[in-house]
Ligand binder design. Structure first.
Ligand SMILES: Nc1nc2c(c(=O)[nH]1)N[C@@H](CN(C=O)c1ccc(C(=O)N[C@@H](CCC(=O)O)C(=O)O)cc1)CN2
Length: 311
């Protein structure tokens, strides 16, 4: 039987056949992200919309520069108007707030994203709360957080990484997680907390594990779904995982290899956990690409809503 993705009924009709062997299914985020980007592009052409996305980068963090560049490229590939604002590391909070304010009032821009982390002199939360909630394509504004937590998911712009994770979980298990136990490792505002809310909205029984949780492996071992988002390389080993669990790795950790070369690893020890799991995401190529694909979908959603209100 094929599984139809239900994360959002207005998009992504892709069907994925379940694995027929005992091997774990590798949930391919890159392939899924490409399919979503293609669907967003088709929707843009079909509906004659030009969603506008503004991405603001403050400073010169090399990883952020890569992510922002990739966001701009994807936005162009989707047929969006894409604007990138590169501000120096010395930018003041007032200057950044003034830019956000002008983008809030720009009718060509439907989505605003301020790349995190921000330099120390800027209060990130204050900047995020200055973004108009309906242009908050990161889903970090209190209005969107409130919509998610109260289950008003249809009205919310959802944070991109948890939304991408949910999409991958749906590929493995379908949209209704009734009867499933989910463990989220990590309680960040960007991933852990919204992830827990989203799993709850899909009827999972959810536990959040964090640095003060005693016996985390024991708790995690009871889970049918594990989402690791804590930023500790290889934390989740075989003793944390129940055979047959779906394991999603949100960690992106840069570590040095034995030969001194840089390597990207997740929070899950893939080699030992993959043989136990029914489905698992790799790092790289799992959750990461989904984050940017979901940003495209959020921008399309935001544009549709703003155009509908203005006509
Ligand atoms: N305003 C925001 N800032 C940040 C967010 C966010 O969602 N909104 N998330 C992260 C960074 N991020 C997007 O901004 C992001 C991280 C990783 C990837 C990705 O594709 N990763 C690849 C590996 C890429 C690499 O080599 O580094 C993968 O996992 O395959 C995309 C987006 C923090 N800031």
């Amino acid at each position: 039987m094929a599984v139809k993705l239900h994360l959002d009924t207005e998009f992504c009709s892709m069907t994925i056949a379940p694995s027929s062997s005992d091997k774990p299914r590798i949930l391919d985020g890159k392939r899924t992200a490409n399919a979503i980007t293609a669907e967003v592009r088709e929707a843009v052409e079909r509906e004659g919309l030009t969603p506008g996305l503004a991405v603001v980068l403050v400073g010169d963090d090399p990883a952020s520069q890569v992510y922002v560049r990739n966001k701009g490229r994807r936005a162009k590939a989707c047929g969006f108007l894409s604007r990138q604002y590169d501000l120096p590391a010395t930018t003041t909070q007032a200057e950044l707030l003034a830019l956000v304010e002008s983008l809030n009032g720009d009718s060509k821009i439907h989505g605003i994203l301020v790349q995190l982390p921000l330099p120390a002199q800027i209060d990130a939360d204050c900047v995020i709360q200055a973004i108009a909630p309906d242009k908050d394509v990161d889903g970090f504004h209190y209005v969107n957080v409130g919509r998610l937590v109260t289950g008003a998911i249809g009205a919310a712009l959802l944070p991109c990484t948890p939304k991408g994770v949910m999409h991958l979980i749906e590929q493995a298990l379908g949209p209704d997680l009734s009867g499933k136990r989910a463990v989220v490792i990590g309680r960040s505002n960007i991933v852990g907390k919204p992830m827990a809310s989203l799993l709850l909205a899909h009827n999972a029984t959810v536990t959040v594990i964090h640095s003060r949780t005693p016996s985390p492996a024991e708790i995690c071992r009871q889970a049918d779904i594990v989402v690791a988002a804590v930023g500790v390389p290889g934390l989740v080993t075989a003793e944390w995982v129940k055979p047959g669990a779906v394991v999603i790795d949100v960690g992106i950790n840069r570590v040095e290899d034995d030969d001194g070369s840089a390597q990207l690893v997740g929070d899950v020890d893939f080699e030992v956990v993959a043989p136990l799991a029914s489905a698992i995401t790799p790092v790289p190529g799992g959750v990461g690409p989904m984050t940017i694909a979901m940003l495209m979908h959020n921008t399309l959603q935001a544009a549709r809503r703003q155009v509908a209100v203005s006509t």
